[in-house]
Design a binder for this molecule. Structure first.
Ligand SMILES: NC(=O)c1ccc[n+]([C@@H]2O[C@H](COP(=O)([O-])OP(=O)(O)OC[C@H]3O[C@@H](n4cnc5c(N)ncnc54)[C@H](OP(=O)(O)O)[C@@H]3O)[C@@H](O)[C@H]2O)c1
Length: 260
């Protein structure tokens, strides 16, 4: 037996690690759905800047500058399966981190909400995330490692007048993450929900000054989040420091939804 197995002692000049030392970053293979704009793009750029191997999905057009992309419509199982195959070819290995971010709203009062608008939002936001998670866990189970991050919303647990479809879809992601956790937690796979509040995006930029003031009054932080603040939390929960965090709902909402 060689003496390299002897643990280095204090003062021996060896490379002993302390609790504060971080091991070198191991690049992860990351897929972000709807990563061509908005919060998804910020998440993808954040992973890429940290040295991870990133692919985004986009429905049409081309991938955003500096990122690799595959075409995917999350409402179509064949499209999801094809996108994963293409992403894994680009990454050179199975997806290790899935960020299910693609989402839509079709707001309307309950009495006037059509079946089509209710179904469309559920199909994209909830069933779309399910389709992606189902495909992603194939490789994760084999690797005995995986991170699934579902982008929900504060509205999922707080509710939102005029948003029965959106709120139900975002609440459904909690059950999805928790059931994945119970089913696959023993295989090194975590599944968590990140629930942003109001985020500075093209959508919130278009709010009237009056509505903006009303919304801001309800946010203890007194401001909207930046997409980068959401991205940093997603990266943390997908990273090595959060290996024992699963089935959690992590708010990034400045306190707006606290208590839920
Ligand atoms: N903005 C906020 O304040 C806020 C707050 C809480 C939660 N969220 C959640 O955060 C996520 C991102 O929001 P965002 O504000 O960045 O939205 P966004 O700018 O409208 O972007 C939505 C993304 O989802 C994609 N997408 C929509 N339907 C799709 C489908 N059927 N298949 C594949 N991709 C699809 C879009 O692709 P295209 O470019 O092809 O349309 C786009 O990339 C959503 O899940 C949203 O519910 C947002």
């Amino acid at each position: 037996m060689s003496d390299t197995s002897t643990p280095p002692g204090p003062g021996d000049g060896g490379t002993h690690s302390t609790a504060d030392e971080q091991p070198p970053h191991q690049p992860q293979a990351v897929l972000v759905t709807g990563g061509n704009r908005g919060i998804g793009l910020a998440i993808a750029r954040s992973f890429a800047a940290a040295g991870d191997d990133v692919v985004v999905t986009h429905r049409s057009g081309t991938a955003p500058e500096g990122l690799r992309g595959v075409v995917c419509d999350v409402t179509d199982t064949e499209s999801v399966d094809r996108a994963f195959a293409e992403a894994e070819a680009l990454l050179g290995r199975p997806v290790e981190v899935l960020v299910a971010n693609a989402g839509i709203t079709k707001d309307g009062l309950l009495m006037r909400m059509s079946d089509a608008d209710f179904d469309a939002v559920l199909d994209t936001n909830l069933t779309g995330a399910f389709r992606c998670a189902r495909r992603a866990v194939k490789g994760m189970i084999r690797a005995r490692h995986g991170r699934i991050v579902l982008i929900s919303s504060v509205v999922g647990l707080l509710g939102g007048a005029g948003q029965t479809n959106y709120s139900a879809s975002k609440a459904g992601l909690v059950g999805l993450a928790r059931s994945i956790t119970r089913e696959l937690g023993g295989r090194g796979i975590t599944a968590n929900v990140v629930a942003p509040g109001f985020v500075e995006t093209e959508m919130t930029e278009q709010l009237s000054e009056e509505l903006r003031t009303t919304y801001l009054a309800g946010i203890p932080a007194g401001r909207f989040a930046t997409a980068e603040e959401v991205a940093r939390v997603v990266r943390w929960v997908a990273g090595p420091d959060a290996g024992y965090v699963s089935g959690a709902v992590i708010p990034v909402d400045g306190g707006l939804g606290m208590g839920h």
